[in-house]
Each structure stands twice: as structure tokens, then as C-alpha cells.
Design a binder for this molecule. Structure first.
Ligand code: OAD
Length: 228
């Protein structure tokens, strides 16, 4: 068994971190063109820096929930057989104990130099004029992938998805590509595909099996069924 899991904002919803597209979600409160694009950052770096400082503070105050814990338990039970790809920029999977985590949309806890590409641990509050510790340029930005940028680790993701026997998408609306295309790719390669979400996503027809409900319930149940 080789399991690839793709998670989205829905897995962290019960930890108190907002999703993007649900009622009251982040993209109903903020214009994503202003806070989640390179052009928005160019126009108003203070607004974007403040937005991610607020996300980082929310994340620091949140705890992993039963769904994050169940995925860590699965990796411990099946060493070397679980790859966790997350679209989330929070660190709740790592804090729950997952080790093989690919953060395809970057990480709130990391800062990136827009000049030289150096990365370093983000301070709790980043400032627009923060200097890169490597090259000294005042070009610090959150180490997150914005719309119009290429997600991280796409080669490793493609390899994992091509070779998996089981694929699960958890708490994601299936609206943002390339992440939303991974399930169909896994299915084409013969994997057993499962959707775990509060409700059917945009791409639910891709999956042979679906479990609908809050992640804190359906994810531990699914992990138990795999380990049975
Ligand atoms: P969305 O906000 O688009 O979707 C969240 C999904 O989680 C929805 O399908 C909800 O029904 C589901 N959900 C909500 N609460 C849940 C719960 N308690 N248990 C299970 N499911 C629940 O978030 P993503 O799909 O993660 O990218 O969004 C993908 C990307 O769009 C994000 O990574 C981010 C965003 O723009 C960037 O910023 C680049």
C-alpha cells in the first residue's frame, strides 16, 4: 500500500483556522487579488504583510485536531508508505507529528527573500522592510505561493501521485489547480481514490469512495478502516 493524501483548509477548520471559500471564508472577507498575488504585494506590501501576520498569529494560537492526529497515526503505523501533500500554509500537520509533509503552497512560518531566494524562519510579525539575513536586501516576503506562481515541489508530488495505490483528498474544495488535478491523475494511474469532506467538492465524481462529515470524525474513521 502506498498512500498519498492531499489536504486543504477544511482539515484545519475545526482548529479554528478559517477556510477560503466557505460562508464567511477568507476570500469572502479579502480580495485575493490584493493579498494573494505578486501584483497585490507590489502595489501594497504592507496590506499583504499584515494579512499573513494575522494568519501566522491565528496559526500560532491553534492546535492540531483529531484529523491531523489521525494522519500522523497513519504515518507511524505504515512507515515509508504515507506521503502527505498539503495546500495549507499552517504547521498543524507537523505539530500533530506527521513527518513526510509536502507544503505545496508554502509555509507561514517561513520567510523568503524575493531577491536571492534565501529562506529563514519567519518572525511572528514580519515587517515590509525586513532584510534578508543572507544578502542583506530589504526584500523579505512570506514564503507562500501566490496566484500566478508555481506551487513548490511539483516533481516530488508528480512522482508520489504516479506511484500511489491509494489517494485521499481531505477538506479541499477542488477549485485550485494544479492541486485539484491530482486526484484525477492518481485515478488514471489506477489508485483507489477517496474524498473526505464536509460536502461533495467540485471534483467529487473523480473519487470511487466518499465520506462526508467533519474532518475530525471522518478522517479518524477512514484511518481506522485502512489499518483494520
Ligand atoms: P477551500 O476554502 O476552497 O475549501 C475548503 C473545503 O473544506 C470545502 O470544500 C469545505 O466544504 C470543506 N470543509 C469545511 N469545513 C470542514 C470540516 N470541518 N471538515 C471537512 N471539510 C470541511 O480551501 P482549499 O480547497 O484548501 O491557496 O483551497 C485551496 C487553495 O485556495 C488554498 O491553498 C489557498 C486558496 O486560495 C493559495 O492561497 C495559493
Amino acid at each position: 500500500m502506498k498512500i498519498v493524501i492531499l489536504t486543504g483548509a477544511g482539515i484545519s477548520a475545526e482548529s479554528g483556522l478559517g477556510t477560503f471559500r466557505d460562508k464567511g471564508g477568507l476570500w469572502t472577507q479579502y480580495d485575493l487579488n490584493e493579498v494573494a498575488t505578486p501584483e497585490g504585494f507590489g502595489r501594497n506590501p504592507q496590506l499583504v504583510t499584515d494579512f499573513y501576520n494575522a494568519r501566522r498569529a491565528n496559526c500560532a494560537g491553534a492546535q492540531p485536531n483529531a484529523a491531523h492526529n489521525a494522519l500522523a497515526r497513519l504515518e507511524t503505523a505504515l512507515p515509508g508508505q504515507v506521503t502527505l501533500i498539503t495546500q495549507n500554509v499552517d504547521d498543524l500537520h507537523q505539530r500533530a507529528g506527521s513527518r513526510n509533509v509536502i507544503q505545496m503552497h508554502g509555509a507561514l512560518m517561513s520567510a523568503l527573500c524575493a531577491s536571492c531566494g534565501h529562506r529563514w524562519p519567519a518572525p511572528p510579525v514580519m515587517a515590509v522592510k525586513d532584510c534578508c539575513p543572507a544578502c542583506g536586501q530589504p526584500r523579505a516576503r512570506p514564503d507562500v505561493v501566490w496566484f500566478g506562481e508555481i506551487p513548490y515541489h511539483m516533481e516530488a508530488i508528480a512522482e508520489a501521485v504516479e506511484t500511489c495505490t491509494h489517494f485521499a483528498a481531505i477538506g479541499t474544495s477542488g477549485q485550485v489547480y494544479p492541486a485539484a488535478g491530482l486526484a484525477a491523475e492518481a485515478r488514471r494511474n489506477g489508485a483507489q481514490c477517496t474524498e473526505l469532506n464536509l460536502e461533495p467538492s467540485e471534483i467529487s465524481r473523480v473519487f470511487q469512495t466518499c465520506r462526508y462529515g467533519p474532518a475530525s470524525q471522518v478522517v479518524p474513521e477512514w484511518v481506522d478502516s485502512l489499518l483494520d
